[in-house]
Design a binder for this molecule. Structure first.
Ligand code: EPZ
Length: 417
C-alpha cells in the first residue's frame, strides 16, 4: 500500500491555488442526472471521490468524461436507478444521488450507507423528508428500495437538525417535483448554495439557500448548463495549518474568504498574521503559536467540524493548553491516537479534546484514520523532527488533490512511496 513519507522541519513558504470543493462537486455531479443536456463543470478536483461519482453517473446511463478537471456529462439518457454496492462502499456520500435518481426515474435502490470512520451516520432525515414528498422506502437485506409511485410532490419539511446531505437530497428531489417545497431548518453551508446556483442555472427555481428556509418551485425539466465549483474551504484551512505549524508563510489564491470567517478567526487567535485581498489569503506564522482556550465545531457559519482535526493538529504545538469541542459527529477523534505518536499531548473525553501544546513533535509511523484525520497527521508530520511514514493514504486522496505535489512545491520534504 502507498505511503506518504515526510521529513519534517522545513518552513513551508510560497503560493498555492485552492482546489475545487469536494463537498460541492459531489452533489453537483449528482444533480447533472436531472439535466436534459450537456453540463460542463469546471474546477473539479482530481479526487478518488470524483472518480467514484463519475463511475456512478456512467452506471446510471449518463455520458460523462473528465477533461483535466472539467467534467462534461449529460443526464438525458439516465435510466438506471441503482448504485452498485461496490460503489456505495467506495464512497459513503453516494447517498446524495438518492434525490436525483428518484427525480429522474421515480425510483432508487441503494445499499444502506451505514456508519463510517466518524461514527454512525444515519440518513433518517433524508428518508423521512423524501417520504413526505411521496416516496415509499422499504429496507430489506441491507438495501433501501425507494419508489415515488405517483411521482415526487412538493412538501413543507422541517429538519430537526440542519443536515447538509439531507438538505441537498431534498433540494434534488424537489427541483422537478410537482408543486412547491419549503425546507425549514435547512443547512446553510456554502456548498449547498453552490448546488443551488448550478441548479438555478439549469432552470430550477430555488430561493433562500444560505438561510434557514429554502423554497423550491418544482419545474418540468432542467437543461444542461455550465458551472464552476467553489473553492474548498477545508482544503484551504489545511494548507494554512501546514504553513502555520512550520513557521512558514503562504499565499492562497482562488480562495473564498467569506466562506472561511470562523477558520480565519482561529488562525488569528493562534497569533498568525492573516491578510485578505479579494480571493487571496496571506498567512504568516508567529515564532510560536498561541493556544486558543476553546474551539467548538458548529453548523455553518460556525467553526466547521471538518476543520476540527486540522485545528487539533495545529494547536498540538501551541504555547499552552487549548480545548476543542466536537458538536457534530459522535466519534471524530480517532486520529488523536495517531497524533500522540508524534508526542502530542492530547486527552479526549467524549466530545472534548484537551490539547496541551508541546514545543517539539518527533517523527512517527502512523496510519490515516479518515479523510480529515489523515490531513491532521500530515500537518503534524510536517512539524515533526525526523522522517514520518503515513499509511492508509487513500483516505487523504479522497479529498486532497495532489497533496504531496502541493506540499513539495511549498518546500516540504515529502514523497509518495
Ligand atoms: C457533509 O456530511 C459533509 N460531506 C461532511 O464532510 C461534513 O463533515 C458534514 O456535512 C457536516 O458539515 C459531504 O458533503 C460529502 P450531515 P453529511 O448530514 O451530509 C447527523 C468531509 O470531511 N445526521 O450534516 O453526512 C449525522 O449523523 C466530510 O469532507 C442524522 O442524524 O453531514 C451527523 O452527526 C466528513 N440523520 C450530523 O447529523 C441524518 O439523516 C451531521 O450530518 C443525517 C445526518
Amino acid at each position: 500500500m502507498s505511503e506518504i513519507v515526510i521529513t519534517g522541519g522545513n518552513r513551508l513558504c510560497g503560493e498555492l491555488s485552492v482546489q475545487g470543493a469536494k463537498n460541492s462537486v459531489l452533489p453537483v455531479l449528482a444533480a447533472t442526472v436531472l439535466c436534459n443536456g450537456e453540463c460542463v463543470i469546471h474546477n473539479c478536483p482530481k479526487l478518488s471521490d470524483v472518480d467514484t461519482s463519475l463511475k456512478i453517473l456512467s452506471h446510471l446511463g449518463c455520458r460523462c468524461k473528465n477533461e483535466n478537471g472539467t467534467v462534461i456529462t449529460d443526464g438525458t439518457s439516465a435510466c438506471n436507478y441503482d448504485i452498485p454496492d461496490t460503489l456505495m462502499r467506495e464512497m459513503r456520500s453516494s447517498v446524495v444521488f438518492l434525490g436525483a435518481m428518484i427525480g429522474r426515474t421515480g425510483r432508487a435502490v441503494i445499499s444502506s450507507p451505514g456508519g463510517c470512520e466518524l461514527g454512525p451516520r444515519p440518513i433518517d432525515l433524508h428518508l423521512s423528508s423524501l417520504e413526505k414528498m411521496g416516496v415509499t422506502v422499504c429496507e430489506e437485506h441491507g438495501y433501501l428500495n425507494c419508489i415515488a409511485e405517483d411521482g415526487l410532490k412538493g412538501a413543507e419539511i422541517t429538519l430537526n437538525f440542519p443536515s447538509v446531505g439531507a438538505t441537498e437530497n431534498i433540494i434534488l428531489a424537489a427541483v422537478t417535483a410537482e408543486g412547491d417545497t419549503v425546507i425549514h431548518g435547512a443547512a446553510k453551508e456554502p456548498e449547498i448554495s453552490d448546488l443551488a446556483d448550478f441548479l438555478n442555472r439549469a432552470g430550477a427555481r430555488i430561493n433562500g439557500c444560505g438561510s434557514d428556509t429554502v423554497r423550491i418551485q418544482g419545474v418540468k425539466s432542467l437543461n444542461g448548463t455550465e458551472h464552476t465549483i467553489i473553492p474548498d474551504r477545508i482544503v484551504a484551512a489545511t494548507y494554512m495549518a501546514c504553513a502555520a505549524i512550520t513557521g512558514g508563510e503562504l499565499i492562497l489564491k482562488n480562495a473564498m474568504p467569506p466562506h472561511m470567517a470562523s477558520v480565519l478567526w482561529l488562525f488569528k487567535e493562534t497569533g498568525c498574521r492573516v491578510n485578505i485581498s479579494g480571493k487571496s489569503i496571506k498567512i504568516k506564522a508567529p515564532s510560536r503559536l498561541c493556544r486558543v482556550p476553546t474551539v467548538r465545531s458548529l453548523v455553518y457559519p460556525g467553526f466547521p467540524t471538518d476543520a476540527g482535526p486540522i485545528a487539533t493538529a495545529l494547536l498540538s504545538k501551541a504555547d499552552g493548553t487549548s480545548v476543542f469541542v466536537e458538536n457534530i459527529f459522535e466519534n471524530r477523534f480517532r486520529y488523536v491516537d495517531e497524533l500522540k505518536r508524534f508526542g502530542a499531548k492530547i486527552k479526549t473525553e467524549g466530545k472534548i479534546a484537551v490539547i496541551e501544546g508541546v514545543d517539539r513533535l518527533s517523527a512517527a509511523d502512523c496510519k490515516s484514520t479518515d479523510l480529515r484525520g489523515g490531513a491532521a497527521i500530515v500537518i503534524a508530520a510536517l512539524a515533526a523532527v525526523g522522517e514520518s511514514r503515513i499509511g492508509e493514504i487513500h483516505h487523504i486522496e479522497r479529498g486532497y488533490d495532489d497533496i504531496t505535489g502541493n506540499l513539495a512545491a511549498l518546500g516540504a520534504q515529502v514523497k509518495k512511496e
